[in-house]
Design a protein around this ligand. Structure first.
Ligand code: HEC
Length: 134
């Protein structure tokens, strides 16, 4: 004889019980509409441009941070470090080396693997960032 499998409580009921529709619930209709309006308002504020610039600066810093373990924070190598710092390096040189690591024309122990993780646009951002660090 086949055992009767009890039907699971429907997810519709479960979620309805967990999230009663009320204006205070951010997932209810009114809350959602308000959140949408706020997002639109935030995007239209003049400060939106400044925020985009901040976001871009953060993005570049986070890219550069992936080099910090070995080449120093902001590319500034500590005294007597074995690895060269990247701060103040000519951007063309940095880009060329990274591309050479990536395509294997410059032999490396580590950098050929790391360089594969960055596209040309990211390499340019990195090169400009490190060149501007003094
Ligand atoms: C795990 C350690 C490590 C990390 C992380 C690292 N590097 Fe390197 N880097 C090296 C080593 C080691 C060398 C020497 C070449 C080799 O053997 O790989 C080097 C060499 C270089 C050189 C050549 C320097 C010269 O004088 O010719 C450049 C440019 C460079 N790295 C850029 C970067 C950038 C940009 C990042 C971040 C995206 C980065 N590295 C992250 C270890 C690292």
């Amino acid at each position: 004889m086949q055992p009767t499998i009890p039907r699971a409580v429907t997810t519709v009921h479960a979620s309805a019980d967990l999230m009663p529709a009320s204006p205070m619930n951010p997932f209810s209709g009114i809350g959602l509409a308000l959140a949408g309006l706020l997002l639109v308002a935030a995007a239209l504020l003049p400060a939106g441009a400044a925020r985009a610039a901040d976001a871009q600066a953060l993005y570049v810093q986070s890219l550069a941070a992936t080099c910090a373990n070995c080449h120093g924070t902001q590319g500034k190598a500590v005294k007597d470090a074995v690895l060269p710092g990247l701060a103040g390096m000519k951007p063309e040189y940095l880009t060329e080396q990274m591309q050479a690591f990536r395509n294997g024309t410059r032999q490396a122990t580590i950098m050929h693997q790391i360089a594969k993780g960055y596209n040309d646009e990211q390499l340019k951002l990195l090169a400009d960032y490190f060149a501007s660090q003094k």
